[in-house]
Design a protein around this ligand. Sequence first.
Ligand SMILES: [Zn+2]
Length: 277
Amino acid sequence: MSLVTMNEVFPIAEEKKIAIPAFNVDTLEIAQAVLETIEEENAPSIIAVGQAAIKDGKLEALASIVTLLAGKMKTPVVLHLDHGQNFEQVIKALRAGYSSVMIDGSTLSLADNIAVTKQTLQAAHAVGASVEAELGAILGSEDNISHDDSKPFLVKVQDVVDFTSAVDVDALAVGIGNAHGLYKGRPNLDFGRLREVAEVCPAPLVLHGGSGIPADMIKTAIEIGIRKINVATEVRLSYVKGLNAESRSEDYYTMTNSGKCCVKELVREKIRLFSRR
Ligand SMILES: [Zn+2]
């Protein structure tokens, strides 16, 4: 089927009280492995393209690949720009056929974040695409997106109220102590803050930095109201792990097939965890 927007998959998540997984893809082979597993599991999902892939010149090529592969599937797939850096990049993604975009104004003042999100909403909604925004910093560093760890990072409840009354976003990513990359030890997620946010936020909530968050914490986050969980680092690492396992074969397909197997295993595990199967 054709690509869908987040607005088509969130009602499914809300009804079942699950989270929709968002998997970052960086290559054709990773996209093949992720999409195959999504179809096998019949799990509506989001395919995200992040800033490292875009820096590598793949914003359009990955869009074409995902659109083509998703077109042959029965399971709904969203093609999403991850951490859109500015309005220009959002426009490039929309022109390339993304059905959903994130605008990351989290490093800006609240007023500037509202302004750029408003601009993004107008453009994206005009072409039928959905929009995710971000409040509060997501810690760690990935794809050149990093935050100064010394600054306050927890999302402020009043900011959520002010932000969502000014802009009608389709999803909101919040910083509750979550981080990009892998965690050193058990993550320190502030579920109290997440509960307060969930009470006042009309938009589905998004948890970034899903790589390495233990199963019990994922379950709690979903119970509180998280409806999208991003997994990027673990997808890439599992592919590399698979390649390395067969590197001595020096055979391209032996290596990439091994990488795809590892990605499929990880994706299946996350789909089942996020849907509490
Ligand atoms: Zn993120």
